[in-house]
Design a protein around this ligand. Structure first.
Ligand SMILES: Nc1nc2c(c(=O)[nH]1)N[C@H]1C(S)=C(S)[C@@H](COP(=O)(O)O)O[C@H]1N2
Ligand SMILES: [Mo]
Length: 407
């Protein structure tokens, strides 16, 4: 196993835990104002603003395992700073890893020459950079109506960073990947606190693992990864939801048979045929459902919250748009509830997997003004006006319709 020198939250010594908890400041009263409108009423009493080591205050929805979302203000730039990036874990036993002794085991029945990689070995592969959105499958789950079980995320279980690392393809080729490999599985160093909780192991189809942009990243925005975002190395699966982006990767296995286990066969599934998805994970499909794959087209207003007061006159509304990696082609805004749509101005293009900034100038009247936004990608896919309900609350890309109050 990998060596561990310190553990967060479940300290190997009482002193270590106390020190860590002491460093975690909480501002219970401030969280309410930061919650997304529409999340269940009960969330206000659980959530608080809390500061994990190395992070700015985030909205804490749970701390064991740590589930912290970004307040809206943190998503105003196309690159999310590392200390503002959301944190999501399934398991509470999260070791802090020593980069000097860290190793990734590469093998599986689809690998002819299994090997082990140190962090230095990883850095010897050609370094590749990609700007990509990491969005939790359950982002906006809290807005589901009717509400569904799970972490009640608002709008902030997402972020976008410039990731640098080695191609999974190059690693697999070195390990002699065989032609009949159908999936590649990844495990992280974190584990369950009780044995009966299944370990979090995820696979992706071989075709996606071999994509030029699928990386084992050791840098995030030019820095080593923050501990809570997967130090020293994590998987980057551009275009696909966060569940596959394994943090603290300790094993990569090429498989000739589909991976089993709770996190593949029961969790992270969406009904077949309900969403306009192109990327398929055929080896894991059943007659009724499929593992979640790419993100659906989406946008977020980041300049104003619903109900924000504005001065009558010219107001610039701005935000971000993104999709599963086909690229945003336009963002349309309506100020009359969806009858007339006008194109917003698109900002800097950091690549097809990145957040695309947009802005729109409107003339606010006294009283209530509404702003609706709908992004479209290069395939012509847009957002939905009605929630596509599914039991886990995934893929919520309902167009926002916020009110700005002129006063
Ligand atoms: N090791 C490990 N990696 C993980 C997870 C986890 O629980 N353990 N959760 C996944 C999920 S569901 C998401 S949404 C992303 C969140 O990435 P972040 O915490 O860096 O924001 O990590 C993924 N990688
Ligand atoms: Mo997630």
């Amino acid at each position: 196993m990998i060596p561990i020198n310190r553990r967060h939250f479940l300290g190997t010594s009482a002193a270590a835990s106390v020190a860590l908890l002491g460093g975690m400041n909480r501002f219970a009263l401030a969280a309410g104002a930061n919650l997304s409108p529409g999340v269940p009423a009960g969330v206000g009493s659980i959530a608080s603003m809390a500061t994990l080591p190395g992070k700015k205050p985030l909205i804490m929805l749970a701390d064991r395992p740590p589930n912290y979302e970004a307040p809206l203000e943190y998503l105003r730039t196309p690159i999310t700073p590392n200390d503002q990036f959301f944190v999501r874990y399934h398991l509470a036993d999260i070791p802090e890893i020593d980069a000097k002794t860290y190793k990734i085991k590469v093998g599986g029945d689809g690998a002819a020459s299994p090997l082990e990689l140190t962090l230095d070995d990883l850095k010897k592969f050609p370094a590749v950079e990609v700007v990509a959105v990491n969005q939790c499958s359950g982002n906006r789950r809290g807005l589901s109506n009717p509400h569904v079980a799970g972490v009640e995320w608002g709008y902030g279980a997402m972020g976008c960073a410039r990731w640098k690392g080695a191609r999974v393809k190059d690693i697999l080729e070195k390990a002699g990947i065989k032609k009949d490999t159908i999936e590649v599985a990844f495990d992280g160093a974190d584990g369950p606190v009780v044995d009966k909780t299944p370990d979090f192991i995820k696979s992706i189809p071989a075709w996606k693992a071999l994509d030029e942009s699928t990386l084992i990243a050791y840098e995030m925005n030019g820095q080593p990864l923050p501990h809570f975002n997967g130090f020293p190395a994590r998987l980057i699966v551009p275009g696909w939801t966060g569940t596959y982006w394994m943090k603290h990767v300790v094993s990569i296995n090429a498989l000739t048979k589909p991976l089993g286990g709770f996190w593949m066969t029961a969790a992270y599934r969406v009904p077949l045929g309900k969403f306009p998805l192109i990327a398929r994970f055929v080896s894991q499909e059943t007659a009724v459902n499929t593992p979640i794959t790419e993100m659906v087209v989406n946008s977020l207003i980041t300049s104003h919250r619903d109900g924000a007061k504005v001065k009558p006159g010219k107001v610039t509304v701005s935000g971000m748009a993104w999709d599963g990696g086909y690229g945003i082609s336009s963002v349309q805004v309506s100020t009359d509830g969806g009858k007339v749509w006008t194109a917003a101005k698109l900002g800097q293009d950091l690549g097809r997997y990145a957040l695309r900034p947009w802005s729109f100038e409107l003339t606010a009247r006294k009283g209530k003004n509404t702003v609706m936004v709908n992004a479209t990608n290069k395939l012509g896919q847009g957002q939905t006006s009605e929630l596509i309900f599914n039991p886990a609350g995934y893929h919520n890309n309902v167009m926002q319709n916020i009110a700005l109050v002129g006063a």
